[in-house]
Design a protein around this ligand. Sequence first.
Ligand SMILES: Nc1ncnc2c1ncn2[C@@H]1O[C@H](COP(=O)(O)OP(=O)(O)OP(=O)(O)O)[C@@H](O)[C@H]1O
Ligand SMILES: [Mg+2]
Length: 708
Amino acid sequence: MGARFEFKLLGPLEVCAGGCPVPIRAAKQRVVLASLLVDAGRVVAVDQLITRLWDNAVPDGAQGTLRSYVMRLRQALYTTATTGPIVTCAEGYCIDLSGHALDLNRFETLVRQARTATAQGRSDRASALLSDALVLWRSEPLSNVPSDVLRREVLPRLGEQWLLARELRIDAALDVGRHQEMTAELGELTTRHPLRERFWAQRMLALYRSGRQAEALDSYRSLSTLLAGDLGINPSPELRSLHHAILTNDPCLRLTFPDRRAELFGIDGSVPPTDPDVARTTTATSKVSDTAGVGKMNGRALLDSARRRETDWRITQDLGLLERERELQALDALIMAACLGSGQLVRVEAAAGVGKTRLLAAARALARRAGMRVLAARGSELEREFAYGVVRQLFELVLASADRAERDDLLAGAARQVAVLFDQVDAPGSSGDISFALLHGLFLLTANLAEGPLMLVIDDLHWSDGPSLRFLAYLMPRLEGLPLLVVVALRPAEPAVDQHLLAQVTTDPQARMLRPAPLSAAASAQLVRTVLARRAEDAFCLACHTATAGNPLLLRELIEAAAAEGLEATSAGVARLHEIGPQAVQRRVALRLARLGSPAAVFCGALAILGDNATLTHVAALAGLAPAEALQTARLLVDIEVVHQNPRSPREPTSTATISFVHPLIRAAVYEGLAEAVRLDGHARAARLLADSRPECGVDHRLDCPVM
Ligand SMILES: Nc1ncnc2c1ncn2[C@@H]1O[C@H](COP(=O)(O)OP(=O)(O)OP(=O)(O)O)[C@@H](O)[C@H]1O
Ligand SMILES: [Mg+2]
């Protein structure tokens, strides 16, 4: 077998063998070779070759001259009639490209593959394939082949193929959200090819999605004027509908990403909803998607700048979330940035019950709507000693539900290292092996999964196991460039299994922070009126808000307790609300304090007896704690937002600070949780303590039982 030739038509005709150029110096030989290449695999008749060589000026003895051109061409290629690739046939000549390459064939193959990828919803892949295809075009085809006949026959077809490939590539780029970078290219294309309506349509869409609606409409006007002036016709019906859709902000124009929900069926279940609201959230969101026309678009989800205008209020309402517009807007922007390849970590930080899990559920809904794959996990207090527990939750379902080929793809190369983590319960990695190879393997698995937009959601990160934290710390500096958004939620200052590692993940300068706040009095009233009674009186709503300081969890517990009692939501019901409130949250508060250990529990007990604004010295004395231990405990309780110093301040408490519970309801719950004897004894000792320091306080104290 002779050399493997690479023939190139998409620019000046060139031939290479083994990477070295093979010059074809004679112009007529280039005409013959180009003629055979454009019809590769087919016989090109002698007459046709003669016309391509000489057009109407065919010389005498043209057939003989053609034969000598072919012979010299074979010599230039260091080949013969028997070694190929130029084969002599009865009616003419043929070039057999078996074992050789032609750029035009490669181009056509890549475009075909891109069409398949598009049909499968893999626009990102289609875009890459089309870029590879277009790179093969070096300049105008056959520019060094002097045959007008051949150029007339071939160039229009090739030109059309090139334009189609560009249209497809722009479609694919628009599909994956690259509208902004396409606007300049489309401006140039519509100038160079003003009658090609597809480019105008793409330009209008790209401008619209880039938030340049006026310019999109202006493009349409330019085209209309051009068509009316040059041809006396109107734009096509498709363009007219697009124009109308842009004018009316039609949701069908929104950017869509492939919806991989079906592929990933069940993955999201890795974090079961903590409350019925979360389950409702998911259903509500899919309904929103359908009404927005997503169903029509084959399950593709919405994402574009125009959408953000309406997302905030709609999703907040649909998800039953109150006062989270700012957070949702930030999440939406981060999702969009991630979809465009700008990976990030966002941490949601707030005290217990403020709504971190709920916000994560909304983030997941937004991500699914944007066509992201969502994998979720949750740190568990009881499981944090199990190495890689969180990592396994994140990935094991996706690997288990993948077929063999997908699994091989996901675990390609060094990512194979981590298969062992998911294959065996008792895998070597389970012992806490945090070798570089394993961390890097997990990173590669993540990167493979992030071939399309991906969201990793980890709730209660403070309870994550150490090796999973180490993996996140490893992932942080490698996020850039991946279409990956990592969303974590944690309670600030909740003691973690490895505080240093947790800080490394959460305090990374690249990480964004969202701090949902407790609900305002107005939002608390809205919740009371939605859940309990539409006509709840202002005084009742305000009492609920004051008792809970707007903490949604406490608020819900209080409302549910009121509902169970059949309480009238009137000012007359307020007194009873004060009685039932502490019981409603007592179990939860007791559980939290028990977890914090003995000093915290006795500290809170003492503070509940002394009442708000107690000095740290008094609390320490009543709790029987040494001053240093009391100070340390106070700091912990401030960090986790059980108590605060007066006035409320982000600074750490000092030994001279006075302390209060953050919600009257918590004080009442702690108080209710104390045994009767402890309470009585506590009050007696507190009275003596206060009398010793300020005689008038001791008398007052006996009256100071907690009232919410
Ligand atoms: N913005 C909100 N509007 C209405 N209800 C909310 C809001 N945020 C949270 N809730 C409700 O408050 C309760 C507690 O929320 P959630 O479980 O998300 O809190 P959390 O911060 O995750 O608490 P924890 O630290 O204990 O995990 C849930 O019933 C939730 O539905
Ligand atoms: Mg939570």
